[in-house]
Design a protein around this ligand. Structure first.
Ligand code: ASP
Ligand code: MG
Length: 803
């Protein structure tokens, strides 16, 4: 025999009830032997409780009662429910007259919900040709007289159940869950959600082969799917694991449900009435290989903390605390006390916290005088996350992930049995904390949430590169890259689930005005974790957002060079804020675009290698100009014109020719070596003849020929087999505070590496003590949106490897 139990949502009007009938018909037609246990339909129990409190306040309850009756009867006018409705009317009238009710009366009223449910279902089944029979569990399950939370008496109940099922063996028995009666046949209930318990008791008494619990969810999940979208269904659980879950807030099961099943080793299957095909979760005694982990949550709790300097070594303090809790019927879910015994923290239901504090203050009044106790406080709005099945040997993983996301637990503890680690976090951080822990312990892809500022050439290319390779990266690295924001200087496009390839249109049509705080708020409100902000602008203004972003838990990446070339004091300040917030800032593309230059220098420096000199061609534009000018026999202006026409220069080519950009890049490298130079200290050779430095760009573009004489002369005056190169050079004592930074046009032998440079390549030589006079050389395309975007992408992957 199998016991089928249907919950309230399964039995509600419309789709639910139809499905329940279909499921039962199916089993009956297949010749399966079943018995059915039902809850009250829909929210009937809640509605009856509401009606009770309204009636007790002497308010008008009748309209609501009429509505309740209509709902219960809805669609089945021919089923006779008058007896139950009459009982309700009489009882409510009494409550309304007296203005109060006992828990005994309450049980009588609530019990009608289950009676209505079982009667109606029986009638429908009979109409469908099933030999169904209504069974009132008040005549079967006997309990003590603790109304509202009655304890079954096994012997009597078992005898009744066995007897009844023997006599009614010919029928499909439809049994009321939740309700029972005491020795005097007065109605009792087993506690809210008690129908599961009824079903498991009956399964136990009848030695059923399985209990099938039909709910409105597909089974038990690794976490509540409403809170954690990535939560996965668990196929198998052991009874012990299920019991831990029931104890830690998972509401699917009544806490006592497991025990009768465990006793007889009866498997329990959690199924979805509305998704018949699904296999659900099977709870049984055999364990799965790796053991199971789940997250469960206690939401409405508060932390009571008792602090006392004089408590060390005193005996009986904890006993007094728990006596206070016991006397006031306050259940304590988590206790934490350090070995210093200077304080003890207790987690209690939120609505009991102030009582707990007041009563503790009373109890410890004298200890306040003697200064043994100095403070009793309550932290409201906290939540407990329990990681069930969590070994302490791997607990550092979820813990580190939390810290990385700036969630610092207020308290944590573990149980020796059940492998259970509980963390108390601020309620406002609950959702994000759950998702972070879940992502970490289930090895589901780590989600990286990215905000991209600037979607011009580099930014736009980057967005498309990310969208194109996200799937492959998820497969290879278990990292899910999610662009949740794209912004330009005015508008932002926000989508917590990730922007689509159609982002360009969307930001144009749906983009909204924003401030940086809006993006930060959006990330917070949607509990986005592992945040990265990417600055692909060239804007000095945007740099002002760096510190607020870091303080809001964003790591930073920029192709924008400004932040690293402002004053040294800002440079230091930014690093301090980063360190304080345990955040990282990467900017590989600041120099040499995607070439792995900064990373290499960083590693060399970090490993203690003495870098003695860095020298190179830092600008792709100027590389092109002088490589070609040196190789060809044409005037300088012709090459310059070519570069302008091909878009190799800035709109005003003087920005390239003045050398400041090379200077900035050189400064960035110098600072990487802890040198404290300022931009003003760089000796920069400006390539623009003095009389062309002022005036508009368009005017300048008409005077390019005026370069020719100057550069023809320079070219001529070189030694034989020499070529011109515009380089940056960092030299001097690089172990001191400042180095020599020079940007200059030099003439070098054409048979050297530098002299052999072609096209628009960038070229860097890193001289170090160990490498002696044979420098490390890094050479390649050092400009262009595709390689720069790739470089930024590389920084994203470096960050996603962190922690
Ligand atoms: N109807 C009862 C309740 O809502 C019992 C149950 O549904 O299991 O608590
Ligand atoms: Mg680079």
């Amino acid at each position: 025999m199998k016991i089928l139990k249907f919950g309230g949502k399964s039995l509600s009007n419309g789709e639910g009830l139809d499905k329940v009938v279909a499921i039962i018909l199916d089993k009956v037609n297949q010749g399966e032997k079943i018995a059915v246990v039902v809850s009250a339909r829909g929210n009937a129990t809640d509605e009856l409780e509401d009606l009770l409190s309204i009636a007790a306040k002497n308010e008008s309850y009748k309209p609501l009662l009429e509505q309740f009756k209509l709902e219960q009867q809805n669609g089945f006018a021919d089923v006779d429910l008058t007896e139950e409705f009459n009982v309700l009317e009489k009882l409510f009238e009494g409550v309304s007259l007296i203005g109060d009710y006992s828990s005994k009366i309450k049980d009588q009223i609530l019990s009608i919900g289950e009676v209505l449910s079982a009667k109606l279902l029986t009638a429908i089944l009979v109409k469908n040709g099933v030999n169904a029979r209504f069974a009132d569990s008040r005549e079967l399950i006997k309990t003590d007289s603790k109304f509202g939370d009655a304890q079954p008496i096994e012997q009597a109940s078992k005898k009744n159940v066995v007897q009844y099922f023997k006599e009614n063996d010919d029928a499909v028995n439809i049994v009321t869950g939740f309700i029972a009666s005491n020795a005097k046949n007065v109605t009792t209930t087993l506690g809210r959600n008690g129908s599961n318990y009824t079903a498991s008791l009956i399964a136990n008494y009848l030695n059923a082969e399985e209990l099938q619990n039909y709910t409105h969810v597909d089974g038990i999940y690794t976490a509540n799917p409403d809170l954690v979208p990535d939560a996965k269904k668990i196929d198998y659980l052991t009874f012990n694991e299920a019991n831990e879950l029931a104890n830690f807030g998972a509401t699917i099961l009544h806490a006592k449900t497991i025990i009768p099943l465990l006793e007889k080793n009866i498997p329990l299957r959690i199924l979805n009435t509305f998704n018949h095909e699904n296999k659900g979760t099977l709870i049984r005694s055999t364990a799965s290989k790796e053991g199971i982990k789940t997250l469960s949550v206690l939401e409405n709790v508060a932390l009571v903390n008792l602090e006392g300097r004089g408590l060390l070594g005193k005996t009986g303090v904890d006993a007094r605390i728990f006596k206070v809790m016991g006397d006031n019927d306050i259940s304590v879910s988590i206790i934490s006390q350090g070995s210093s015994e200077r304080g003890i923290g207790l987690v209690v239901a939120a609505d009991k916290a102030s009582t707990a504090m007041i009563q503790l203050e009373k109890e410890f009044e004298n200890d306040f005088y003697s200064k043994d106790v100095n403070k009793i406080s309550v932290t409201d709005n906290v939540s407990v996350i329990s990681i069930i099945g969590q070994d302490l040997s791997t607990f550092h993983k979820p813990y580190t992930a939390l810290i990385r996301n700036k969630i610092v637990p207020i308290l944590f503890n573990n149980t020796v049995t059940g492998k259970n680690v509980s963390l108390v976090v601020k309620k406002s951080e609950l959702n994000r904390a759950l998702n972070v822990i879940h992502g970490e312990i289930f090895g589901v892809s780590k989600k990286i949430n990215i905000a991209i500022f600037g979607h011009g050439l580099v930014g736009g290319t980057l967005i498309n590169q990310i969208l194109e390779s996200a799937t492959a990266i998820e497969k290879r690295k278990d990292v899910k890259l999610n662009i949740f924001a794209i912004a330009n200087s005015k508008n932002v496009l926000l989508n917590k689930n990730g922007v689509t390839p159609n982002w360009k249109n969307e930001i144009q049509n749906k983009g909204t005005l924003y401030s940086i705080q809006d993006v930060i708020d959006y990330a917070n409100e949607n509990h986005l974790e592992n945040l990265i902000a990417i600055d692909n602008t060239a804007s000095a203004d945007f740099v002002e957002n760096y510190i607020p972003l870091i303080e809001s838990s964003f790591d930073l990446i920029s192709s924008n060079k400004v932040a690293n070339t402002l004053s040294y004091s800002f440079y230091k300040k930014l690093r301090k804020v980063l360190a304080d917030n345990q955040k990282t800032y990467l900017y590989e593309t600041n120099v040499g675009a995607g070439l792995p230059l900064i990373d290499t220098i960083k590693l060399l420096h970090l490993s203690g290698e003495n870098i003695t000199k860095i020298k190179g061609v830092f600008s792709g534009t100027l590389s092109y100009l002088f490589n070609n000018f040196s190789a060809k026999d044409v005037p300088f202006s012709e090459i310059l014109k070519e570069a302008i026409d091909n878009g190799y220069t800035e709109p005003d080519p003087r920005e390239d020719l003045c050398g400041n950009d090379v200077g900035r890049k050189l400064l960035i490298l110098a600072r990487e070596l802890d040198l404290q130079n300022e931009f003003e200290e760089i000796a920069i050779q400006n390539l623009i003849p003095e009389h062309l430095r002022e005036g508009s760009a368009s005017e300048f573009l008409t005077k390019l020929k005026e370069f020719d004489a100057v550069y023809a002369k320079i070219k001529e005056e070189q030694e034989p087999n020499h070529v011109l190169r515009y380089i940056g050079e960092l030299s001097g004592d690089l172990q001191s505070d400042k180095g020599n930074l020079e940007v200059k046009l030099v003439s070098v032998p054409s048979d050297t590496a530098l002299g052999g440079l072609k096209g628009s390549d960038s070229f860097f030589e890193i001289y170090t003590e160990s490498y002696g006079d044979r420098p490390i050389v890094i050479q390649g395309a050092g400009a262009g949106s595709a390689v720069t975007a790739r470089g930024v992408f590389g920084d994203i992957l470096r960050l996603s490897d962190k922690g």
